[in-house]
Design a protein around this ligand. Structure first.
Ligand code: ADP
Length: 492
């Protein structure tokens, strides 16, 4: 077998085209890093309303492909654009009825999942395979991500099992968050093109009486991975992390791996970042203070607060991210000598909480309840510390961006945070952040107080910033591990 592989990398989102979270960053960068190692990679994702074809020079390859979605015939198109630097081709499944909407998964009108998410992503999953055939691109590897593309793996191993086109194709399933499983009512099994005999207790699709796309992906994939080694261990242990999938994950332990995400230093680099006003590096940190001033100004905080430590938070506002702990200590924290800039959207209860806190602490708390990529870059560049006390964290990207921008992470020791941030040792000066272990508000508060204490010692803080900025989490290393995973699965 040749050691250069044909890879279909399927994802429901990818930077710069569409993003709701970390998966988009991964899908926008990892395929390119793999292509740089001279493999042929085609990324397949839906063509959403938010994607501007002119901006990305997207062309139409066909409008005439047909697939069956249960009893309906669906005619869809494929669009394409090329990342010239690496040769990675991005292919877009064009089916307006499903994807030309205001949002990716959640209906803004109801704040709930779109009712037809099962059909949308069954269609997407089948279209992934049909597109490979249309392109006459026989994949060695079908690499699917999260529940939205998991059915493609099940289809490959069942409905396409005798299809000689996919004879040599092995499948890799990456889980970016166990909590989002794609679980649907029993009748979804019919929409997937199976009859009801496929859904019985403990069947590959069955999860507590429902149809689970993620479970099917886990069951049928040749190998599975999650996005950090620690998270790969945690999800097998208890339901707190495994969300009910821990049993099946334990059954597949021999083919379950953890590969920590990298980050794209072409986008997240304080020396070149196009979205921040002042560049800086570990050799010349002067631009960081200027970004801090700009951040205070643009988020409505008084500029006389520049001497106080500034804590940044950028996150989905979800329990997973530790907001119950933050809310427990919020008043105590905001009564300390510091400022906090928060950027995020999510659960309404946190919107209410942060609006209230902003009213009560207008001089040192700024709540920016929106999705704003430019502000996210400025927060990384202008903050002194970054708060990420997650209950669980598959990998986490913001702590990695923070390292690069000399913004010291305060994190809970879980998943990718445990794998990437070393606790600061006051005696030796080693470490890259402030880490606490128990999911507890007091512990979080202690970690913040430790950080504030060290911040007062300007020399120690500068050394800490430089240690953080020296860390290398570029994709190259992680991409090599994915390629090793492909080699492993193809030789077994
Ligand atoms: P998750 O995927 O669980 O949401 P990650 O840390 O892996 O968390 O990735 C989140 C990504 O989304 C990061 O790139 C982060 O900067 C970005 N992000 C999250 N919320 C916002 C927001 N409100 N505005 C801009 N970017 C955001």
């Amino acid at each position: 077998m040749s050691s250069k592989y044909n890879i279909i990398y399927a994802s429901p989102e990818a930077v710069p085209f569409a993003k709701t979270g970390g998966l988009a960053d991964v899908a926008g960068a990892l395929p390119k890093a793999i292509a740089r190692a001279e493999h042929t990679v085609k990324v397949v994702m839906p063509f959403y309303a938010s994607i501007d074809p002119q901006k990305y020079e997207i062309t139409t390859l066909t409008k005439k492909l047909i697939l069956k979605l249960h009893d309906r015939e669906i005619k869809f198109g494929v669009k394409s654009c090329l990342d010239k630097a690496t040769g990675t081709e991005f292919l877009f499944i064009d089916y307006p009825e499903f994807f030309m909407r205001d949002a990716l998964y959640i209906d803004p009108a109801t704040s709930k999942d779109y009712k037809d998410n099962d059909e949308r992503f069954i269609m997407f999953s089948r279209a992934i395979l049909e597109t490979a055939r249309f392109m006459d691109f026989q994949p060695d590897i079908l690499h699917c991500n999260d529940w939205q593309s998991a059915p493609a793996i099940a289809f490959l191993k069942t409905q396409f099992n005798d299809d000689s086109f996919f004879e040599g194709t092995k499948s890799v399933y990456s889980i970016h968050n166990l909590a989002y499983q794609g679980n649907f009512p029993p009748e979804t099994i019919i929409k997937m093109g199976y009859d009801t005999t496929w859904l019985y207790p403990m069947s590959p699709f069955e999860y507590w009486g429902k149809v689970s796309f993620m479970k099917a992906g886990i069951h049928y994939a040749d190998v599975i991975n999650t996005v950090s080694e620690q998270y790969a261990k945690e999800i097998q242990k208890t339901s707190e992390y495994g969300y009910g999938m821990e049993g099946i994950l334990r059954d597949k332990a021999d083919s379950l791996f953890g590969i920590v995400n990298g980050i794209d230093y072409e986008i997240w680099n304080p020396m070149t970042d196009e979205l921040i006003p002042y560049h800086f590096s570990k050799d010349d940190l002067s631009g960081k203070a200027k970004n801090k001033a700009e951040l205070l100004k643009s988020t409505g905080l008084p500029d006389d607060k520049i001497g106080l430590p500034l804590i940044g938070i950028i996150s989905r506002l979800a329990d997973q991210k530790g907001f119950d702990l933050i809310s427990e200590i919020s008043e105590i924290m905001l009564n300390m000598d510091l400022t906090v800039v928060l950027l995020g959207t999510g659960e309404p209860k946190y919107h209410t909480l942060f609006e209230k806190l902003q009213k009560n602490f207008p001089a040192n708390f700024s709540a920016n309840l929106k999705f704003d990529n430019k502000l996210a870059h400025l927060i990384e560049a202008g903050s002194d510390m970054f708060l990420m006390p997650s209950r669980y964290e598959p990998c986490g990207l913001n702590q990695l961006y923070s390292l690069k921008y000399g913004t010291i992470p305060i994190v809970r020791k879980t998943g990718g945070l445990a794998d990437t941030i070393d606790d600061y040792n006051e005696k030796s000066g080693e470490g890259t952040g402030f880490v606490f272990e128990k999911y507890d508000a007091e512990e979080l508060l202690k970690a913040i107080k430790r950080a504030l204490q060290v911040y007062r010692n300007k020399d120690a803080w500068k050394k800490l910033m430089i240690s953080a900025m020296k860390k290398d989490y570029s994709w190259n290393k992680s991409a090599r591990r994915y390629i090793e995973l492909y080699s492993y699965v193809l030789s077994n």
